[in-house]
Structures are given as C-alpha cells and as structure tokens.
Design a protein around this ligand. Structure first.
Ligand code: BEZ
Length: 251
C-alpha cells in the first residue's frame, strides 16, 4: 500500500466503481450517529464523507498524498489524513474499522490485522471487503503468459487475495473473531473501449514493468482477453470479493 502511486484524476473519473460498490458495504457497517469509525484506505474520501453525513465521527486515512489531497478539496470538512494503517498508533479508539478495496494492497496481512485490533475498542467491529482468492485470475494469467512469451520476468504482484479460511486465521491470530465471511464473484464493468488497458495502467503498472512497447502489449492483451472479459459491448474485470465482519472480544 505504501509504495503504490495513485493517480487521483484517473481514479475519480474512470474507477469510481470502487466507492460505488463500497456504498453497499456501508450498509453492512450500519454505523450509528456518534459512533467513532476509522475508514482505513479512504481514497478520495467518498465513503468517509457519506459516513460523516450520517452523523458518524469518522477519520479517513490513506497512504496516498494525492488521493487525500483530492479528498480534502472535495470534502473540506471531513477529517482525512495521510497515514499508513500499519503504523497508525491509534489505540482502542474506534467503535468500528471500515475498509473497502484496500487490504489486498497489504501483503503483510498480519500487521494490518494487528493494527486494526489495536485501533478498535473492546467490542468494536471490523467490516471490510478486499479482493479474494481467484481475484482477477484471468487478467493476471493472461499478462503472465504474454510476458513469458516475450521473455520477460514473472512480475511480483503487490496483491494479497486470501480465501475465507486463510483470512479468518489471520484475523484470529491478531485477536479478532470472525463473525461473517463471504467470497463471491463480482464482475466489474470497466468503462470505455480502452477500459481494460486503463485498468492495467491504473492498478497494475508492475504488470508492464520492462515492457518496451506498452501500447502494443496492451493491444495484444485486449485481443486475448476479449473472448473472456468483453460482453455486451463492455469490458468486465473478473473481480472476486472477500467480505468479512469481525469483532474484538470484550466490552
Ligand atoms: C480489486 O479491487 O480487487 C483490485 C484492484 C486493483 C488491483 C487489484 C485488485
């Protein structure tokens, strides 16, 4: 998460589905006015602002200064901070930690879970969604094949896509009790004829590392993935989500 460079313009204009799907997760959080909530990985602040508008005492954190700056411009009276969940140093303060589409950017899942545990008060809850086992398998697989054919190294993915049992074990080791977990497909529409290429450029720049002709590479990728991921005149990323709820024991 700390190493990722985000383009706030591209994120807001082409990948707003991230927060659109997160709205659904807010329902699961069901935060009440006056509750103290940490939005871990707030991006440009859309969901943090929705919580604030519902009367929640919310702090949003993100490691990307660009995204936080954009969020502050859009929502000047929402508390958005540049911070890394792993080094947060906020203890026993929150009734809930909420996290949408961020935890898969932190391969040190145990450290992230420990930070969430530390941030929650006893009895506090975690409501999170991340990429789950099998997430973007078609995209990743096609890129790997193409890279291998071009004599390029296998890229080291910055992502962590756990299954239910693995992630429940991570949470348990951190002292959290999993109260619900769902792993499900969520084909995600990528807008525009260049939607797949825009997604790779935004989220998977490492997939293009060492590629001499990125445009040519992406054209070939589109050709290969078209039969699999192009339907009804649009591109669909093969997202799989892991949604979890957990509590920190105690009262
Ligand atoms: C995801 O939300 O599943 C995701 C986003 C960017 C890269 C990889 C996965």
């Amino acid at each position: 998460m700390a190493e990722q460079q985000w383009n706030a313009d591209l994120y807001d204009t082409r990948h707003s589905f991230v927060s659109a799907y997160g709205a659904d997760l807010l329902e699961l959080l069901d935060a009440r006015p006056g509750e103290h909530v940490l939005d871990a990985g707030c991006g440009t602040g859309e969901l943090t602002a929705a919580l604030r508008d519902a009367g929640v005492e919310v702090i949003g954190i993100d490691t990307s200064p660009d995204m936080v700056e954009r969020g502050r411009q859009r929502f000047p009276d929402v508390d958005l901070r540049v911070a890394d969940l792993r080094d947060l140093g906020l203890h026993h303060e929150f009734d809930a930690v909420f996290s949408n589409a961020v935890l898969h950017w932190i391969p040190e899942a145990g450290r992230a879970a420990a930070a969430i545990h530390a941030a929650l008060r006893p009895g506090g809850r975690l409501v999170a969604e991340l990429g789950g086992a099998g997430n973007i398998a078609a995209i990743d697989g096609a890129v790997r094949s193409l890279r291998a054919e071009q004599g390029l190294d296998a890229p080291e993915d910055p992502w962590y896509f756990p299954g239910i049992a693995d992630y429940a074990a991570v949470l348990e080791r951190a002292g959290l009790e999993t109260t619900g977990a769902w792993l499900f497909d969520r084909p995600t529409r990528l807008e525009g004829d260049d939607g797949l290429a825009a997604w790779v450029r935004m989220f998977g720049s490492h997939l293009l590392a060492g590629v001499e002709d990125p445009d040519g590479f992406l054209t070939e990728l589109r050709k290969r993935l078209r039969p699999v991921l192009y339907r009804d005149g649009t591109w669909w990323a093969d997202y799989r989500r892991l949604r979890v709820t957990a509590v920190k024991p105690g009262t």
